[in-house]
Design a protein around this ligand. Sequence first.
Ligand code: GLN
Length: 450
Amino acid sequence: EITADQLTADTLANIKKTEDKVNAFITVDENAKPAEDLNFDNKLAGIPIAVKDNIITNGLKTTAASHILDNFVPVYESTVVGKLKAAQATVIGKTNMDEFAMGSSTETSYFGDTKNPWNLNKVPGGSSGGSAAAVASGEVVAALGSDTGGSIRQPASFNGIFGIKPTYGRVSRWGLIAFASSLDQIGVMSKRVKDSAEVLNVIAGGDDRDATVSEQAVPDYTSFLGKDVKGLRVAVPKEYMSDAVEEGVRKAVQKQIDTLKEAGAVINEVSLPHTKYVVPTYYIIASSEASSNLERFDGIRYGFRAEAKNLDEVYLNTRSEGFGDEVKRRIMLGSFALSAGAYDKFFLQAAKVRTLICEDFDKIFEDNDVIVGPVSTETAFDLNSEITDPIKMYNNDILTISANMAGIPAASVPAGLSETTGMPVGFQIMGKRFDEGHVFQVADFIERSN
Ligand code: GLN
């Protein structure tokens, strides 16, 4: 038995000890207190939870890991954090991330690198690398992340934890600092599958402030746990098991597929023929939307304002000094893809290819309940090894970004360690829109068999 006050104090003390090594947090709320009159019918009552720093927290600094917001203290609450607080969870702090969630290693943060707790010389993945490292190092049991193109699943896989990106429209994006609004989705990361089910139970569901969120009833996600997989139809896209995927990753993933087969699941080899186009398609769409969403950071409305002699200089200097290189790269790429001469050839073309990618998935889901494969082509790489090569970094996203373009739920569940690198491998499970149930069912089954 432990009181919620004691749990909060212990959590803060443990974070303090661990942060020197891991740097998972941008802000720790030293004044965090459990909700008053705890009602333990609330599964999250008194439980400390970490929140990615692109999710607005009323009264607690929210930076999106950018210099341009490094003094921004919001005066309103995001829907998800409001729901966590109503469920009496304790928000313990804000986690490090790639700047505006652009990146795959948490190295584009203005607040320094987060280290992978499995090996401090390696990246935690990204962009939700701080949330993943906070969970993997035992600082918190669960954390919120956001996933625009793999940013929950890839860091979950690099840190040997569970992470789920729900269906687009399952969780309100009100108060999520927008990166690419047609792709962004808030989700959950935790060591145990069950803990993410409990948190998703709380944060999912309708919200008048986000017109893209569904009013569909939220099932109890824990009701999908503890089941077998007999007769379940499991698709394996051949493009996801190609030589482009590290051998150690492929072997660990194949082992999970064999486990499902032995348990009576029906394994079907399928094809996602447009996989070779997903990286350029995603980077055009995501950067275009980002270039528009980031217009609001002008030095007037929020956060940092640079020295300037006139209004034009306020804009120019604030954005030049306030944004990091990766964010500027995306703004330039996106502004170009949307510009009059380029729109037809780039943005419009990408939007059409996106439809083809969606159709690939719809077709497979006619005869299958889930699609499985690796999350990433590799395991956690060395700090400073890929940050200088953006194209390489982008290409590594090939296995995660399709789920965002199709809007389907997708998770990463630990699949043991890679024989080649000794680092954790993630097993990806994708489901039909609003069928998080099957994703949880398979993830929980894999968790129990490892
Ligand atoms: N690596 C992807 C990108 O940089 C992932 C982004 C995300 O999901 N937030 O765009």
